[in-house]
Design a protein. Sequence first.
Length: 134
Amino acid sequence: MIELWNDTSPILVTCARGITPYLREEILALGLPVREVSEAAVETAGAMTDAMRLNLVLRTGQRVLFLLHEGMARSPGDLYAGTVDLPWEEVLHVDRYFCVTSCRGRRPRLPRSPSGPAGSSRTPRVRSWDRIGS
């Protein structure tokens, strides 16, 4: 796990398709590097304070996604295990609201588990929220 306030981590900023040139310029104007530009996102890098600043000042960005951890998951169980093993107590306040989201995109999906519910596409998100939120 990175030191949130000091270490640099990748930050992905999503936007509507076709406006990445404008988002790219906004990010550069804030003094942050642009690592990669895609059709609907710009990747930069910075600390958590940079991600917070991007959330406050970007006009063309929709979501600011700060990378906390990167790992490999070959099954929903692997994803769940990797998620709950993170030191969430260093990131989240016990008495504050948080949200766990998931995305179904064009990337390969996790294989379904023969045991039934564990293979559900919602299960890693729901199980992670249940574990972290408890």
